[in-house]
Design a protein around this ligand. Structure first.
Ligand SMILES: NC(=O)c1ccc[n+]([C@@H]2O[C@H](COP(=O)([O-])OP(=O)(O)OC[C@H]3O[C@@H](n4cnc5c(N)ncnc54)[C@H](OP(=O)(O)O)[C@@H]3O)[C@@H](O)[C@H]2O)c1
Length: 217
């Protein structure tokens, strides 16, 4: 039986986040879908949570839960970032490099800092990552570097949580090793993963307190 406490998906305006939110809702989870951009069609059973920046996200979540009579979330899925191909690292626009560090790495830390205090001991916090975190890709250097950094970020968050005296959130990384089917931004991918495969893997991590720190799908 799924928990009555909602799963909070952050980055729910994105390609993967929007589909994950709908997929979890279709499987019976209550779902809160947080994004800074509007969600015109969140999907059945998905409750949108608009917010402006990480620091205001907890209050936005509390307000929506109070309005709709929902309990506070019992799990977080961070689907923040994405993939693009552009210039070689040595030629990359410095501003774009800085922006990618902010959106693909620092944003994860900011959101984790904001949301972990909403969760209780043993509650799952799952960070989505991609193949670029493990495989060097020409033209996607900033995504590779931030993805690799994100993998380590999750490991450190997990270790520090395990050392917390009061027991804490369990942090996990779910690595989607291939393009998600239907995302046209991936030109001619060798393999794809369906949204259903991603959601099944995610449910495995959310629902199993003994799930490994890193899962690949
Ligand atoms: N798409 C694929 O084929 C694919 C394949 C493998 C792995 N993945 C992984 O899936 C995850 C999501 O990728 P995606 O393709 O869905 O990316 P996406 O379509 O670009 O969506 C990412 C979302 O992240 C949010 N975001 C961006 N900057 C942010 C910031 N500074 N603070 C908070 N939120 C921010 C945005 O939502 P708001 O601006 O509205 O808040 C955006 O909708 C990534 O970890 C990626 O590596 C994707």
């Amino acid at each position: 039986m799924t928990s009555p406490r909602p799963v909070l998906v952050v980055g729910a305006s994105g390609y993967v986040g929007s589909r994950v939110a709908r997929g979890l809702a279709a499987g019976g989870h209550a779902v809160l879908a947080a994004a800074r951009h509007p969600l015109p069609d969140a999907g059945d059973g998905v409750v949108p949570v608009g917010y402006e920046r990480a620091a205001t996200l907890p209050d936005a979540v509390r307000d929506v839960c109070a309005r709709d009579g929902l309990p506070l979330p019992g799990a977080v899925v961070a689907s923040i970032g994405g993939w693009h191909k552009g210039a070689a690292l040595l030629d990359e626009d410095p501003d774009r490099w800085t922006a990618t560090l902010a959106s693909h790495l620092t944003a994860h830390l900011d959101v984790a800092r904001a949301l972990a205090p909403l969760l209780g001991p043993g509650d799952p916090y799952v960070v989505l990552n991609g193949a670029a975190s493990r495989e060097p890709m020409a033209g996607s250097g900033a995504i590779c570097v931030t993805g690799a950094g994100l993998a380590m970020l999750v490991q450190v968050l997990r270790l520090e949580a395990e050392q917390a005296p009061s027991g804490a959130v369990r942090f996990h990384e779910l690595v989607i090793d291939h393009a998600v089917a239907g995302d046209d931004r991936n030109a001619d991918p060798a393999q794809t993963r369906t949204t259903a495969q991603v959601v099944t893997a995610l449910r495995g991590v959310l629902d199993d307190a003994a799930a490994p720190p890193v899962t690949h799908v």
